[in-house]
Design a protein around this ligand. Structure first.
Ligand SMILES: Nc1ncnc2c1ncn2[C@@H]1O[C@H](COP(=O)(O)OP(=O)(O)OP(=O)(O)O)[C@@H](O)[C@H]1O
Length: 470
């Protein structure tokens, strides 16, 4: 490549960087090379097929226009996968020991077909519950999309194009994240064709720390990257700079190598405040799906499926329809309480040798219902729900930005914090990026005045309240 071509390429890259932003640039373009320019076409290369198809699908136009800004005569970009155009040159020096020669994160293509069982087994995924499968997962309005995406991932075969990567599922406590992730793991592993590894973020963290201590970190990383589908649960618990850096490498390496990553957390990527910006943007770059609260119909379905599961071991156990309806209406909190209720009815009817009745159910699950206790709403929940409704991030709400699309949602969130929680104005101010209590008071008054005359806003606020109180 001539010096002038190199200079031009640097300028195009700079344009691209400012066009797409630093995060996107680093994730997708940092390893794109110029192979040559001929007449009207430019040849670029990337190290993996996945990068190629992603850039073609999402950024082809922008890459072309950045080139055209430098060279108007360019009308075509040919993007190739590097190994196909530039054979890897073996180093001349004496061969390094095998461990040291292992490829770092970006060159993981070489592990694509490597046998991984030994290391994979050594990795030891987190334990799986045999009951948490697709067969026992009940589909309802709030989880249809998450279920469909998870199924699609589970049914993929080695070598299939990966449609959304990572698949990121978030939901509140007990709404079925672990169930869905373990279902993906069971189903993915059942064909024995792919290696699917399920890890909680804590296990990932401790596995890495333990590996570092026993000097096996390299083998651990290799093993981790040698699997086809990595499933990570409870990502909100991932902490520590070096673990996060390792997680980021693993994520990039797997995604670039066309392997699937599935993640669950209790909040969207933008709210994982302890994670580095680059990781967050990479997480948000796949498919992010929220599972909402369990509606009554879904709760009823879950109860039914729990009873059916119990009956496989206790054939005489039965729960009348009216009891199921009562429980589905009364236990609104989460899936774990539904499971607990059925377990109690089962224990009670077995131990006392009595059939389940409505009266027995009311007595046995009383503490799971807490009818008079209003749900305690947290300021973070308000911020999360408001941010989602207005399509801004939670950090926007806490920031000092004063654009209209952020100011109004922030005022609504402050108003809800004042009306739905017992927090004082100064406390609310502190929780909204360290604002003064007079700012909160102004927001509360403003929204109070507006809802009395603006029907649309009043409906929005009511809908937010319903979502928070559900
Ligand atoms: N759609 C569903 N179908 C069947 N069971 C469900 C469903 N949603 C939740 N459950 C059940 O509710 C219980 C809690 O679900 P799970 O452990 O998956 O929640 P989670 O979202 O991972 O919670 P946490 O945030 O506490 O980890 C489990 O027993 C699970 O089987």
């Amino acid at each position: 490549m001539t010096t002038s071509e190199q200079d031009r390429w640097s300028r195009v890259k700079n344009r691209l960087r400012s066009n797409v932003g630093e995060d996107v640039y680093t994730s997708w373009f940092a390893r794109m090379d110029l192979e040559g320019v001929q007449d009207e076409s430019v040849r670029l290369s990337v190290p993996t097929r996945f990068l190629k198809s992603w850039i073609q699908a999402h950024y082809a136009e922008r890459v072309l226009s950045c080139w055209q800004a430098e060279m108007p005569e360019v009308h075509r970009i040919d993007l190739t996968v590097r190994s196909a155009v530039r054979p890897v040159v073996q180093p001349k020096e004496a061969p390094a020991p095998v461990e040291a020669r292992r490829a770092p994160a970006p060159e993981l293509r070489s592990t694509a077909t490597a046998p991984v069982s030994a290391n994979h087994d050594a990795l030891g995924g987190s334990p799986l519950d045999p009951r948490l499968t697709f067969a026992s997962f009940v589909i309802g309005r709030s989880n249809t999309l998450a279920h469909a995406a998870a199924r699609q991932v589970a049914e993929g075969r080695r070598g299939d194009p990966v449609m959304f990567n990572p698949l990121y599922i978030h939901a509140g406590v007990g709404l079925g994240k672990t169930h869905l992730l373990q279902a993906v793991t069971w189903a993915g592993n059942s064909g024995n064709e792919r290696k699917v590894l399920y890890l909680t973020a804590e296990k990932f963290m401790y596995g890495f720390v333990a590996a570092l201590k026993t000097q096996t970190a390299l083998a651990f990383k290799e093993a981790l990257r040698g699997i086809d589908v990595l499933v990570i649960d409870d990502l909100q618990f991932l902490q520590g700079k070096s673990t996060q850096a390792e997680f980021c490498h693993t994520l990039n390496a797997l995604i670039d190598a066309g392997r699937q990553v599935v993640i669950a957390a209790d909040r969207p990527p933008s709210d994982l405040e302890s994670l580095d910006d680059r990781v967050r943007s990479r997480l948000a770059g796949g498919l992010v799906v929220e599972m909402g609260s369990l509606g009554e119909e879904l709760r009823h379905g879950i109860l039914k499926s729990r009873v059916a599961a119990a009956r496989t071991h206790h054939a005489t156990f039965d729960v009348p329809e009216e009891v199921l309806h009562y429980l589905a209406r009364a236990i609104t909190h989460n899936g774990r309480d539904l499971e607990g209720a059925i377990n109690r009815l089962l224990a009670h009817s077995k131990l006392n040798n009595q059939p389940v009745t409505l009266e027995m159910a009311e007595r046995e699950v009383r503490d799971l219902i807490r009818p008079s206790e209003p749900k305690r709403i947290k300021i973070e929940d308000i911020q999360r729900v408001v941010a989602r409704q207005y399509n801004v991030s939670r950090s926007d709400l806490l920031s000092s930005r004063r654009t209209a699309n952020v100011v109004r949602p922030r005022q609504v969130a402050m108003y809800l914090a004042k009306t739905l929680t017992l927090r004082s104005l100064p406390e609310i101010g502190r929780r909204f990026g360290g604002r003064d209590h007079t700012t909160v008071l102004h927001a509360v008054r403003k929204i109070e005045a507006l809802v009395s005359k603006d029907n649309a806003l009043s409906e929005e606020v009511e809908s937010l309240k319903r979502q928070l109180q559900e």
